[in-house]
Design a binder for this molecule. Structure first.
Ligand code: SAH
Ligand code: SF4
Length: 372
């Protein structure tokens, strides 16, 4: 799962298919996997019975394991997914995927890593110790899980104009630009015109500001870009997004100015989490407008979503409105992102897999016991 077309053809060549069949067979398997959502070769009747049996021996196309599904009162759905550990009978790490239905669109928020090596101080994911990169198959697999659960495969009678997952945001757990190759390959599979077929205009990658990878992302991925800015001076941003010490605001915005394909029709989204008395003054709003001058930009204000033990408070609603008004008057449509799925801890920055928390607390208990 998650192999790009050329990679799939290579894998089939290693498996022993003759060169002249590779393109056709890869196409047939691609249709089975990504147009029809099949989880076994059995249903790929374009292939002979013997070939299907041999492929089933050699390749694993099963779904990721869904541990739990939660539904918010607002319709948001969240899946806790257990990844393989690679060691039999050892449970693997867990990730979260969130589906947010809105009027006229449905957004799937996908994770790129288990946990995150960065430690933004307002983000729950950043407190999770265990970290590993997801494979391309595990990234694509989250969309497949969501389409299963939503009943969104053609065999269920749905047509392509009536899609449930219309947009993808790489805004789940992890820093996507720290898992560049797998994210790039997964998005290539997802945006392939046959199969899942979600256009890159409808895919947004959010980064906390890994400056050296931004231009490469534009060139090799070419999806929409979102930047987690959150502060307008280095002192505050160093505190909120410690990566800023390595790549300060001026360098980050320079990389944005140079983002390939940037235009008024393809703006960069700047995300700004509203933290009470930290970054929410009108002075901050003024500075924000000044900094973004000349960059085709959208500003997305995110009310801070608290989590157990979080060291910040969300700005007062009146202050968020004042801030948004100022930005609006400066010519930016500045939607305030309505918190979704807060009741099931599925909102921005609340993702952190439960079992890892439990395991950490068990570890803590064990460590607290006197050793023999
Ligand atoms: N690592 C990437 C993508 C995942 S985070 C990044 O940082 O951009 C997706 C968005 O949610 C980011 O803008 C992040 O800063 C924001 N976020 C994190 N914690 C939050 C919280 N507690 N409340 C609101 N937004 C939060
Ligand atoms: Fe990682 Fe993004 Fe959370 Fe920062 S906000 S800790 S980069 S997931």
């Amino acid at each position: 799962m998650g192999l790009t077309r050329p990679q799939l053809m290579e894998a089939l060549a290693r498996f022993g298919l003759p060169e002249k069949q590779l393109r056709m067979r890869a196409g047939q398997i691609w249709t089975g996997l990504y147009t029809r959502g099949l989880t076994s070769f059995e249903g790929m009747t374009a292939l002979s019975k013997d070939l299907r049996a041999a492929l089933a021996e050699a390749f694993d196309i099963s779904r990721l394991e869904v541990v739990t599904e939660q539904k918010s009162v607002d319709g948001t759905r969240q899946w806790l997914i257990r990844l393989p550990s690679g060691v039999p009978s050892v449970p693997g790490p867990e990730i979260e995927t969130v589906y947010i239905p809105e009027e006229g669109r449905g957004t799937l928020c996908i994770s790129s890593q288990v946990g995150c090596t960065l430690t933004c101080t307002f983000c729950h994911t950043g407190t999770q110790k265990l970290v590993r990169n997801l494979t391309a198959g595990e990234i694509v697999g989250q969309l497949l899980v969501a389409r299963d659960a939503l009943g969104e495969w053609p065999d269920s009678g749905r047509n392509n104009d009536d899609r449930l997952v219309t947009n993808i945001v790489m805004m789940g757990m992890g820093e996507p630009l720290y898992n560049f190759d797998n994210v790039r390959d997964a998005l290539e599979v997802i945006s392939d015109g046959e199969g899942l077929s979600l256009s890159k205009r409808r895919i947004t990658l959010s980064t906390s500001g890994v400056v050296p990878m931004i231009e490469k992302a534009g060139e090799e991925i070419g999806c929409m870009l979102a930047i987690s800015l959150h502060a307008v001076n280095d002192e505050t941003r160093n505190r909120l997004v410690p990566l800023n010490k390595k790549y300060p605001i001026s360098e980050l915005l320079e990389a944005c100015r140079n983002y390939p394909g940037l235009s008024n029709a393809r703006r960069i989204t700047f995300e700004y989490v509203m933290l009470k008395d930290v970054n929410d003054s009108i002075e901050d709003a003024k500075e924000l407008v000044r900094l973004l001058k000349g960059i085709p930009a959208k500003i997305n204000l995110i009310p801070f979503n608290p989590w157990p033990g979080s060291p910040y408070e969300c700005s007062d609603w009146a202050q968020i409105e004042k801030f948004a008004d100022f930005i609006n008057r400066a010519g930016y449509a500045s939607p305030v992102r309505t918190p979704r799925g807060r009741d099931i801890m599925a909102a921005c920055g609340q993702l952190k897999s439960e079992t890892v928390k439990k395991r950490a607390s068990e570890r803590f208990k064990q460590e607290a016991q006197p050793s023999a």
